[in-house]
Design a protein. Structure first.
Length: 411
């Protein structure tokens, strides 16, 4: 009995990650506000150190002028609690020397006291300066923060947001006004695109529907020749494929925008409905569908989310092995996000081909050629719908062949 050949190993995964790495300490990111604070505070600190050095040198020079005593001890006795005078009956020279050292110690003590108090004052003023610089930098950069928040909202496909910045007519206001003008033009362009897609899809649907009706009427005639019936079935299949293409293009265009009306949708129910719809096709291809669907409620559009699950499960069933294949569909909540994972057996997928699978009309190892498995828009629609819901989709090749598709959506 011949041994069963081992499944082909998956190609090596790329050693580089095109995504931007997350910094280990995001609060240490060198923002403009932090840099301005360090700049202003550092300049004040340097100026304070220079000023303190100048004051210290001037004070030291003033105290050192005339190191000799302005008087001489000729005879007598001098006592001191702070200085060491020496013997109880010193000579005049010993007294003069002791008094000179005593005055020098007092002078040095005064300079040290001046330096220590000045350093404490400089430290306090430096803290005040950094806090004031941070507050002033935040006030100056607050318009940029407003622009940033609007840009993030626009990045989520909310083109209706505007900055509408008030204040003096400076460079920042000019930047905000220019950004508002750009958003206005983008919104008009997207609105025109949506209108065009709607009109074009309507114009394309009508003749396709008429063709389908005519072909179905022709095929219902029992007296039609066999050749014409075969031709009619071929044309009907082609017409159905064209209808799928139009519907896919329309859904792809609509899903590029952010979802406005959101409702609670359980990914587990969506995945179960998708599995039920593909069950017959999976049984026909001898593909086992398994997996546990745990509750994972998200806010979104139920129809579009069902399209995500349906497209992924259909692709997993259609692009599978000839015998003994399986598809695993799971839903869960991980790290505060809803996750839908669809894994399957299938052909070996090179790691460098993953990104191409999400491009419209692209299939594995085929370009824009025809295929009886679909129109090449399934994964493109999935990615667009996921982005419209604020999520993302990733794909990884399995060991032995197949893919692991992972959709992550915010709760």
């Amino acid at each position: 009995m011949a041994a069963t050949p081992a499944p082909p190993a998956a190609p090596p995964k790329p050693t580089w990650d095109p995504r931007r790495p997350e910094p280990p300490f995001p609060w240490l990111r060198p923002t403009i506000r932090i840099r301005l604070t360090l700049l202003y505070g550092g300049m004040f600190l340097i100026a304070g150190i220079l000023l303190l050095s100048i004051i210290y040198l001037i004070a030291a020079n003033a105290l050192n002028v005339g190191n000799d005593l302005p008087f001489k001890i000729v005879s007598g006795q001098v006592t001191s609690d702070k200085c060491s005078i020496g013997s109880s009956t010193p000579t005049a020279a010993e007294l003069n020397h002791a008094l000179g050292e005593c005055v020098g110690e007092q002078r040095q003590h005064a300079l040290d006291n001046l330096l220590s108090r000045s350093l404490l004052a400089l430290l306090g003023l430096a803290i005040i300066a950094f806090a004031f610089g941070y507050a002033m930098a935040g006030r100056v950069l607050s318009p940029l923060g407003r622009i940033l928040r609007t840009a993030r909202a626009v990045a989520g496909s909310d083109l209706s947001r505007r900055i509408e910045l008030d204040g003096p007519d400076d460079e920042i206001k000019e930047l905000a006004d220019t950004f508002d003008d750009m958003l206005e033009r983008l919104q008009r362009a997207f609105t025109a695109q949506q209108r065009f897609v709607g009109n074009a899809s309507h114009e394309l649907r009508t003749p396709l529907a008429i063709n389908r009706t005519l072909l179905e009427v022709h095929l219902s005639d029992p007296n039609a020749p066999m050749e014409l019936q075969q031709l009619g079935k071929t044309l009907l299949a082609t017409n159905e494929r064209s209808e799928q293409l139009v519907e896919g293009l329309l859904l792809l265009a609509r899903s590029d925008n952010q979802i406005v009306e959101r409702k609670p949708v359980d990914l587990a129910e969506v995945a179960e409905q998708a599995v039920d719809q593909v069950r017959a096709e999976a049984d026909a291809k001898d593909v086992l569908i398994r997996g546990e669907q745990k509750p994972a409620v998200v806010q979104g559009n139920g129809v579009l989310l069902e399209r995500i699950a349906l497209n992924l499960v259909q692709n997993a069933v259609r692009y599978n092995v000839a015998e003994g294949g399986w598809v695993e569909v799971t839903t869960d909540v991980q790290h505060g996000q809803a996750v839908l994972v669809v894994s399957n057996t299938g052909p070996v997928v090179p790691a460098y081909e993953i990104d191409n699978l999400f491009e419209p009309f692209r299939r594995l190892r085929t370009e824009r050629t025809g295929s009886d498995k679909g129109v090449g828009l399934g994964l493109s629609i999935v990615r667009s719908v996921a982005r419209a819901h604020g999520g993302h989709i990733s794909a990884q090749p399995r060991e032995g062949g197949g893919l692991v598709m992972r959709v992550t959506l915010p709760i």
